[in-house]
Write a protein that binds this ligand. Structure first.
Ligand code: SF4
Length: 407
Protein backbone atom coordinates (compact mmCIF):
# COMPACT_ATOMS: atom_id res chain seq x y z
CA UNK A 1 0.00 0.00 0.00
CA UNK A 2 2.95 2.27 0.70
CA UNK A 3 4.08 1.67 -2.87
CA UNK A 4 0.63 2.54 -4.21
CA UNK A 5 0.72 5.85 -2.34
CA UNK A 6 4.24 6.55 -3.56
CA UNK A 7 3.20 5.83 -7.13
CA UNK A 8 0.43 8.41 -6.68
CA UNK A 9 2.97 11.06 -5.61
CA UNK A 10 2.78 10.75 -1.80
CA UNK A 11 5.85 10.64 0.43
CA UNK A 12 6.35 8.68 3.65
CA UNK A 13 6.23 11.01 6.69
CA UNK A 14 8.71 10.51 9.52
CA UNK A 15 6.14 10.96 12.29
CA UNK A 16 2.38 10.49 12.59
CA UNK A 17 2.10 14.19 13.55
CA UNK A 18 3.55 15.17 10.16
CA UNK A 19 1.27 12.89 8.09
CA UNK A 20 -1.75 13.97 6.06
CA UNK A 21 -2.86 10.35 5.73
CA UNK A 22 -2.31 7.51 8.20
CA UNK A 23 -2.98 3.89 7.25
CA UNK A 24 -3.28 1.34 10.06
CA UNK A 25 -2.95 -2.15 8.61
CA UNK A 26 -4.55 -4.42 11.20
CA UNK A 27 -4.35 -8.03 12.35
CA UNK A 28 -6.87 -10.15 14.25
CA UNK A 29 -5.25 -13.58 14.46
CA UNK A 30 -5.31 -13.50 18.27
CA UNK A 31 -7.09 -11.33 20.86
CA UNK A 32 -3.74 -9.61 21.49
CA UNK A 33 -3.35 -8.66 17.84
CA UNK A 34 -6.86 -7.19 17.78
CA UNK A 35 -6.06 -5.22 20.92
CA UNK A 36 -2.80 -3.91 19.43
CA UNK A 37 -4.68 -2.94 16.28
CA UNK A 38 -7.19 -0.96 18.37
CA UNK A 39 -4.34 0.77 20.23
CA UNK A 40 -2.71 1.83 16.97
CA UNK A 41 -6.03 3.13 15.62
CA UNK A 42 -6.64 5.15 18.80
CA UNK A 43 -3.09 6.52 18.72
CA UNK A 44 -3.65 7.89 15.22
CA UNK A 45 -7.29 8.88 15.70
CA UNK A 46 -6.68 12.11 17.58
CA UNK A 47 -4.26 13.47 14.99
CA UNK A 48 -5.02 15.97 12.29
CA UNK A 49 -4.99 13.49 9.42
CA UNK A 50 -7.17 11.24 7.29
CA UNK A 51 -7.15 7.88 9.02
CA UNK A 52 -7.66 4.68 7.03
CA UNK A 53 -8.00 1.34 8.84
CA UNK A 54 -7.35 -1.68 6.65
CA UNK A 55 -6.88 -5.45 6.94
CA UNK A 56 -8.09 -8.42 8.95
CA UNK A 57 -9.33 -6.66 12.10
CA UNK A 58 -11.16 -4.16 9.88
CA UNK A 59 -12.68 -7.10 7.99
CA UNK A 60 -13.84 -8.85 11.15
CA UNK A 61 -14.92 -5.90 13.35
CA UNK A 62 -15.77 -2.94 11.10
CA UNK A 63 -18.58 -1.76 13.40
CA UNK A 64 -16.26 -1.62 16.42
CA UNK A 65 -13.79 0.44 14.43
CA UNK A 66 -16.39 2.84 13.09
CA UNK A 67 -17.29 3.72 16.70
CA UNK A 68 -13.78 5.17 17.17
CA UNK A 69 -13.87 8.91 16.53
CA UNK A 70 -11.48 10.07 13.84
CA UNK A 71 -11.56 6.99 11.59
CA UNK A 72 -12.32 8.14 8.02
CA UNK A 73 -11.89 5.03 5.86
CA UNK A 74 -12.44 1.36 6.70
CA UNK A 75 -11.30 -1.23 4.15
CA UNK A 76 -11.36 -4.97 4.80
CA UNK A 77 -9.05 -7.49 3.18
CA UNK A 78 -10.19 -6.89 -0.36
CA UNK A 79 -10.03 -3.62 -2.28
CA UNK A 80 -6.69 -2.71 -0.73
CA UNK A 81 -5.58 -1.91 -4.28
CA UNK A 82 -8.11 0.93 -4.15
CA UNK A 83 -6.63 2.48 -1.00
CA UNK A 84 -5.42 5.71 -2.64
CA UNK A 85 -8.69 6.26 -4.50
CA UNK A 86 -10.78 5.62 -1.36
CA UNK A 87 -8.63 7.88 0.85
CA UNK A 88 -8.86 10.66 -1.73
CA UNK A 89 -12.62 10.19 -1.96
CA UNK A 90 -12.84 10.61 1.83
CA UNK A 91 -10.73 13.78 1.67
CA UNK A 92 -12.95 15.21 -1.06
CA UNK A 93 -16.33 14.26 0.37
CA UNK A 94 -15.37 14.73 4.04
CA UNK A 95 -17.49 11.64 4.64
CA UNK A 96 -16.66 8.30 6.16
CA UNK A 97 -15.94 5.56 3.59
CA UNK A 98 -16.87 2.02 4.51
CA UNK A 99 -15.50 -0.58 2.08
CA UNK A 100 -15.88 -3.97 3.75
CA UNK A 101 -17.47 -6.70 1.62
CA UNK A 102 -17.77 -10.45 1.91
CA UNK A 103 -14.55 -12.35 1.27
CA UNK A 104 -16.26 -15.67 0.54
CA UNK A 105 -16.60 -15.04 -3.16
CA UNK A 106 -13.13 -13.60 -3.90
CA UNK A 107 -11.47 -15.80 -6.49
CA UNK A 108 -8.80 -13.49 -7.90
CA UNK A 109 -5.40 -12.95 -6.34
CA UNK A 110 -5.00 -9.26 -5.44
CA UNK A 111 -1.74 -8.12 -7.00
CA UNK A 112 -0.25 -5.69 -4.55
CA UNK A 113 3.39 -4.80 -5.25
CA UNK A 114 6.03 -6.68 -3.19
CA UNK A 115 6.88 -5.39 0.29
CA UNK A 116 10.18 -3.54 0.21
CA UNK A 117 12.84 -4.51 2.74
CA UNK A 118 16.48 -3.58 2.79
CA UNK A 119 17.85 -6.93 1.76
CA UNK A 120 14.95 -9.34 1.46
CA UNK A 121 11.98 -9.08 -0.87
CA UNK A 122 8.75 -10.58 0.44
CA UNK A 123 6.98 -11.98 -2.58
CA UNK A 124 3.38 -12.88 -1.93
CA UNK A 125 2.24 -15.73 -4.13
CA UNK A 126 -1.03 -16.76 -2.50
CA UNK A 127 -3.83 -15.50 -0.25
CA UNK A 128 -6.64 -17.16 1.70
CA UNK A 129 -7.14 -20.64 3.14
CA UNK A 130 -9.71 -23.42 2.77
CA UNK A 131 -8.69 -25.46 5.81
CA UNK A 132 -10.86 -24.02 8.58
CA UNK A 133 -8.77 -25.30 11.49
CA UNK A 134 -11.05 -25.14 14.53
CA UNK A 135 -9.25 -22.23 16.25
CA UNK A 136 -8.47 -20.08 13.21
CA UNK A 137 -10.18 -16.88 12.10
CA UNK A 138 -8.07 -16.52 8.95
CA UNK A 139 -10.37 -18.25 6.41
CA UNK A 140 -13.22 -16.01 7.61
CA UNK A 141 -11.31 -12.77 7.13
CA UNK A 142 -9.15 -13.65 4.14
CA UNK A 143 -11.46 -15.89 2.10
CA UNK A 144 -10.56 -18.93 0.03
CA UNK A 145 -7.25 -19.88 -1.59
CA UNK A 146 -6.30 -17.83 -4.60
CA UNK A 147 -2.92 -18.05 -6.23
CA UNK A 148 -0.89 -15.53 -8.12
CA UNK A 149 -0.35 -16.66 -11.69
CA UNK A 150 3.07 -17.97 -12.70
CA UNK A 151 3.26 -15.19 -15.32
CA UNK A 152 2.70 -12.55 -12.66
CA UNK A 153 5.27 -14.17 -10.35
CA UNK A 154 7.75 -14.20 -13.21
CA UNK A 155 7.12 -10.53 -14.03
CA UNK A 156 7.52 -9.50 -10.36
CA UNK A 157 10.73 -11.52 -10.12
CA UNK A 158 12.23 -9.64 -13.05
CA UNK A 159 11.54 -6.39 -11.15
CA UNK A 160 13.13 -7.82 -7.99
CA UNK A 161 16.15 -8.98 -9.95
CA UNK A 162 16.58 -5.55 -11.51
CA UNK A 163 16.30 -3.99 -8.02
CA UNK A 164 19.21 -6.19 -6.88
CA UNK A 165 17.51 -8.24 -4.14
CA UNK A 166 19.70 -11.09 -2.99
CA UNK A 167 17.05 -12.92 -1.00
CA UNK A 168 13.41 -13.56 -1.87
CA UNK A 169 10.94 -14.83 0.72
CA UNK A 170 7.84 -16.56 -0.62
CA UNK A 171 4.84 -15.64 1.48
CA UNK A 172 1.14 -16.34 1.60
CA UNK A 173 -1.49 -17.51 4.06
CA UNK A 174 -1.29 -21.15 2.99
CA UNK A 175 1.52 -21.45 0.45
CA UNK A 176 1.34 -25.24 0.37
CA UNK A 177 -2.05 -24.83 -1.30
CA UNK A 178 -0.52 -22.73 -4.07
CA UNK A 179 -1.97 -23.56 -7.48
CA UNK A 180 -5.04 -25.49 -6.35
CA UNK A 181 -7.30 -22.82 -7.78
CA UNK A 182 -5.35 -22.47 -11.03
CA UNK A 183 -6.06 -24.53 -14.11
CA UNK A 184 -3.58 -27.31 -14.91
CA UNK A 185 -1.55 -29.21 -12.35
CA UNK A 186 0.30 -26.29 -10.81
CA UNK A 187 1.86 -26.50 -7.36
CA UNK A 188 4.20 -24.64 -5.04
CA UNK A 189 7.12 -26.41 -6.74
CA UNK A 190 6.19 -24.65 -10.01
CA UNK A 191 6.08 -21.28 -8.22
CA UNK A 192 9.52 -21.93 -6.69
CA UNK A 193 11.01 -23.01 -10.02
CA UNK A 194 9.58 -19.88 -11.66
CA UNK A 195 11.22 -17.65 -9.03
CA UNK A 196 14.55 -19.45 -9.28
CA UNK A 197 14.50 -19.19 -13.05
CA UNK A 198 13.32 -15.57 -13.36
CA UNK A 199 15.08 -13.92 -10.41
CA UNK A 200 18.00 -16.32 -9.85
CA UNK A 201 18.34 -15.05 -6.26
CA UNK A 202 21.28 -15.88 -4.04
CA UNK A 203 18.71 -17.19 -1.57
CA UNK A 204 15.09 -18.24 -1.75
CA UNK A 205 13.32 -18.69 1.57
CA UNK A 206 9.97 -20.39 2.05
CA UNK A 207 7.38 -18.93 4.39
CA UNK A 208 5.47 -21.12 6.81
CA UNK A 209 4.28 -24.36 5.20
CA UNK A 210 1.97 -27.09 6.43
CA UNK A 211 3.81 -30.35 7.16
CA UNK A 212 1.26 -32.38 5.18
CA UNK A 213 2.17 -30.32 2.12
CA UNK A 214 5.91 -31.04 2.15
CA UNK A 215 5.83 -33.28 -0.92
CA UNK A 216 8.68 -35.49 -2.15
CA UNK A 217 9.16 -33.12 -5.05
CA UNK A 218 9.46 -30.14 -2.71
CA UNK A 219 11.91 -31.91 -0.42
CA UNK A 220 14.01 -32.92 -3.44
CA UNK A 221 14.13 -29.31 -4.58
CA UNK A 222 15.13 -28.19 -1.08
CA UNK A 223 17.89 -30.79 -1.05
CA UNK A 224 19.23 -30.21 -4.51
CA UNK A 225 19.05 -26.48 -5.20
CA UNK A 226 21.61 -24.61 -3.10
CA UNK A 227 19.73 -21.34 -3.56
CA UNK A 228 16.80 -22.57 -1.44
CA UNK A 229 17.45 -21.84 2.23
CA UNK A 230 17.83 -24.84 4.50
CA UNK A 231 15.17 -23.50 6.82
CA UNK A 232 11.49 -24.44 7.07
CA UNK A 233 8.70 -23.37 9.36
CA UNK A 234 6.25 -26.23 9.95
CA UNK A 235 3.33 -25.31 12.22
CA UNK A 236 2.77 -28.16 14.69
CA UNK A 237 0.18 -26.52 17.00
CA UNK A 238 -0.05 -29.49 19.40
CA UNK A 239 1.97 -32.57 20.30
CA UNK A 240 -1.17 -34.47 21.32
CA UNK A 241 -3.04 -36.42 18.64
CA UNK A 242 -6.30 -35.97 20.49
CA UNK A 243 -5.89 -32.20 20.44
CA UNK A 244 -4.73 -32.20 16.80
CA UNK A 245 -7.98 -33.98 15.90
CA UNK A 246 -10.02 -31.47 17.90
CA UNK A 247 -8.16 -28.69 16.15
CA UNK A 248 -9.00 -30.31 12.79
CA UNK A 249 -5.36 -30.45 11.80
CA UNK A 250 -4.77 -32.94 8.97
CA UNK A 251 -1.81 -34.94 10.40
CA UNK A 252 -0.70 -36.98 13.38
CA UNK A 253 2.37 -36.51 15.57
CA UNK A 254 3.76 -39.69 14.00
CA UNK A 255 3.51 -38.26 10.46
CA UNK A 256 4.98 -34.98 11.67
CA UNK A 257 7.98 -36.63 13.28
CA UNK A 258 8.58 -38.83 10.22
CA UNK A 259 8.84 -35.65 8.18
CA UNK A 260 11.19 -33.80 10.56
CA UNK A 261 13.42 -36.90 10.82
CA UNK A 262 13.59 -37.10 7.03
CA UNK A 263 14.40 -33.39 6.69
CA UNK A 264 17.19 -33.65 9.26
CA UNK A 265 18.55 -36.72 7.47
CA UNK A 266 18.38 -35.33 3.96
CA UNK A 267 18.94 -31.56 4.19
CA UNK A 268 22.27 -30.60 5.76
CA UNK A 269 22.11 -28.18 8.73
CA UNK A 270 18.41 -27.56 8.20
CA UNK A 271 16.63 -25.47 10.82
CA UNK A 272 13.02 -26.29 11.59
CA UNK A 273 10.83 -23.71 13.29
CA UNK A 274 7.28 -24.25 14.45
CA UNK A 275 4.15 -22.73 15.99
CA UNK A 276 2.46 -24.16 19.05
CA UNK A 277 -0.91 -23.34 20.60
CA UNK A 278 -1.26 -24.14 24.30
CA UNK A 279 -4.50 -24.26 26.27
CA UNK A 280 -6.78 -25.26 23.38
CA UNK A 281 -10.28 -25.99 24.78
CA UNK A 282 -10.30 -29.40 26.45
CA UNK A 283 -6.48 -29.69 26.61
CA UNK A 284 -5.91 -31.79 29.73
CA UNK A 285 -2.74 -31.96 31.80
CA UNK A 286 -2.06 -35.27 30.11
CA UNK A 287 -2.49 -33.80 26.62
CA UNK A 288 -0.17 -30.97 27.55
CA UNK A 289 2.45 -33.36 28.97
CA UNK A 290 2.36 -35.24 25.67
CA UNK A 291 2.94 -31.95 23.88
CA UNK A 292 5.91 -31.04 26.09
CA UNK A 293 7.44 -34.47 25.57
CA UNK A 294 6.90 -34.27 21.82
CA UNK A 295 8.38 -30.81 21.34
CA UNK A 296 11.31 -31.75 23.55
CA UNK A 297 12.07 -34.68 21.24
CA UNK A 298 11.63 -32.77 18.01
CA UNK A 299 14.61 -31.14 16.27
CA UNK A 300 13.17 -27.63 16.45
CA UNK A 301 15.41 -24.59 16.32
CA UNK A 302 12.63 -22.27 17.49
CA UNK A 303 9.06 -22.61 18.75
CA UNK A 304 6.60 -19.72 18.54
CA UNK A 305 4.24 -20.32 21.45
CA UNK A 306 0.71 -18.91 21.49
CA UNK A 307 -1.71 -19.25 24.39
CA UNK A 308 -5.00 -20.26 22.73
CA UNK A 309 -7.11 -17.22 21.92
CA UNK A 310 -10.84 -17.68 21.29
CA UNK A 311 -11.89 -15.98 18.05
CA UNK A 312 -15.60 -15.30 17.66
CA UNK A 313 -17.12 -17.24 14.78
CA UNK A 314 -14.70 -20.18 14.94
CA UNK A 315 -15.64 -23.69 16.01
CA UNK A 316 -13.20 -23.76 18.94
CA UNK A 317 -14.70 -20.63 20.50
CA UNK A 318 -17.94 -22.60 20.99
CA UNK A 319 -16.30 -25.66 22.58
CA UNK A 320 -16.79 -26.48 26.25
CA UNK A 321 -13.86 -26.73 28.68
CA UNK A 322 -12.17 -23.45 27.81
CA UNK A 323 -8.89 -23.29 29.72
CA UNK A 324 -8.45 -20.54 32.36
CA UNK A 325 -5.95 -17.78 31.45
CA UNK A 326 -3.52 -18.58 34.30
CA UNK A 327 -3.20 -22.21 33.13
CA UNK A 328 -2.61 -21.08 29.55
CA UNK A 329 0.04 -18.68 30.79
CA UNK A 330 1.82 -21.35 32.80
CA UNK A 331 1.72 -23.82 29.88
CA UNK A 332 3.05 -21.13 27.53
CA UNK A 333 6.00 -20.40 29.79
CA UNK A 334 6.88 -24.11 30.09
CA UNK A 335 6.84 -24.46 26.29
CA UNK A 336 8.83 -21.25 25.86
CA UNK A 337 11.50 -22.58 28.18
CA UNK A 338 11.97 -25.54 25.85
CA UNK A 339 12.04 -23.18 22.86
CA UNK A 340 14.77 -21.04 24.46
CA UNK A 341 16.93 -24.08 25.20
CA UNK A 342 16.47 -25.44 21.67
CA UNK A 343 17.28 -22.09 20.02
CA UNK A 344 20.41 -21.82 22.12
CA UNK A 345 21.59 -25.32 21.39
CA UNK A 346 20.96 -24.84 17.64
CA UNK A 347 22.95 -21.56 17.65
CA UNK A 348 25.76 -23.13 19.71
CA UNK A 349 26.43 -25.57 16.90
CA UNK A 350 27.69 -22.66 14.79
CA UNK A 351 30.45 -21.69 17.24
CA UNK A 352 33.84 -22.13 15.57
CA UNK A 353 32.29 -22.39 12.09
CA UNK A 354 32.33 -19.85 9.27
CA UNK A 355 28.92 -18.87 7.94
CA UNK A 356 27.63 -16.53 5.28
CA UNK A 357 25.18 -13.73 6.05
CA UNK A 358 23.56 -10.93 4.09
CA UNK A 359 24.05 -7.77 6.20
CA UNK A 360 20.59 -6.52 7.08
CA UNK A 361 20.69 -3.87 9.81
CA UNK A 362 23.29 -1.78 11.57
CA UNK A 363 22.69 -0.76 15.19
CA UNK A 364 25.05 0.44 17.92
CA UNK A 365 28.25 -0.56 16.13
CA UNK A 366 26.97 -4.01 15.19
CA UNK A 367 25.84 -5.21 11.80
CA UNK A 368 23.54 -8.20 11.76
CA UNK A 369 22.10 -10.59 9.24
CA UNK A 370 20.73 -14.10 8.90
CA UNK A 371 22.43 -17.32 7.93
CA UNK A 372 20.69 -19.44 5.34
CA UNK A 373 19.33 -21.57 8.15
CA UNK A 374 17.90 -18.56 9.95
CA UNK A 375 20.28 -17.84 12.79
CA UNK A 376 20.87 -14.15 13.47
CA UNK A 377 24.56 -13.25 13.38
CA UNK A 378 25.99 -10.05 14.90
CA UNK A 379 29.31 -8.62 13.71
CA UNK A 380 31.01 -5.68 15.48
CA UNK A 381 32.18 -4.10 12.22
CA UNK A 382 30.73 -0.82 10.99
CA UNK A 383 32.51 -1.01 7.64
CA UNK A 384 30.19 -3.71 6.37
CA UNK A 385 27.67 -2.31 3.89
CA UNK A 386 24.02 -3.26 4.23
CA UNK A 387 23.14 -5.83 1.60
CA UNK A 388 26.74 -7.08 1.49
CA UNK A 389 27.35 -10.83 1.59
CA UNK A 390 29.83 -11.45 4.40
CA UNK A 391 31.63 -14.52 5.70
CA UNK A 392 31.70 -14.57 9.48
CA UNK A 393 33.63 -16.80 11.90
CA UNK A 394 31.32 -17.46 14.84
CA UNK A 395 32.76 -16.97 18.34
CA UNK A 396 29.93 -17.09 20.85
CA UNK A 397 26.23 -16.78 21.60
CA UNK A 398 24.88 -13.22 21.53
CA UNK A 399 21.36 -11.85 22.10
CA UNK A 400 18.89 -13.90 20.01
CA UNK A 401 21.70 -15.45 17.93
CA UNK A 402 25.47 -15.53 17.72
CA UNK A 403 28.39 -13.12 17.40
CA UNK A 404 31.41 -13.44 15.15
CA UNK A 405 34.11 -11.64 13.22
CA UNK A 406 34.50 -11.16 9.52
CA UNK A 407 36.70 -13.95 8.21
S1 SF4 B 1 -4.12 -23.92 7.66
FE1 SF4 B 1 -3.33 -22.13 8.78
S2 SF4 B 1 -4.43 -20.33 7.94
FE2 SF4 B 1 -5.56 -22.16 7.31
S3 SF4 B 1 -7.15 -22.42 8.86
FE3 SF4 B 1 -5.41 -23.71 9.50
S4 SF4 B 1 -4.16 -22.39 10.84
FE4 SF4 B 1 -5.60 -21.04 9.72
Amino acid sequence: MQKLFEAAGYEVAEKISEADVVVVNTCTVTAVSSQKSRQMIRRAAGKNCVLAVVGCYAQSEPDEISKIDGVDVIIGTKDRLRIVELVEAAIKSREKIFQVGSVDDIREFEELPHSPHRTRAFLKIEDGCNNFCAYCIIPYVRGRVRSRSLESIRAECLTLKAAGYKEIVLTGIHIGAYGRDLSGKISLVDAIKTVLDAANPLRLRLGSIESAEMTDELIDLLKNDGRICNHVHLPLQSGSDEILRAMRRPYTTEKFSELTARLIREVPEISIGTDLIVGFPGETEENFSETLKFIEEQPFSKIHVFPYSARAGTLAATLPNQIPPQIKKSRASQALEISRAKAESFSKRLIGKTVEIIAETSVGGFVDGLTKNYVRVYVPDENIQLGEVVKVKIERLHKDGVLGVRS
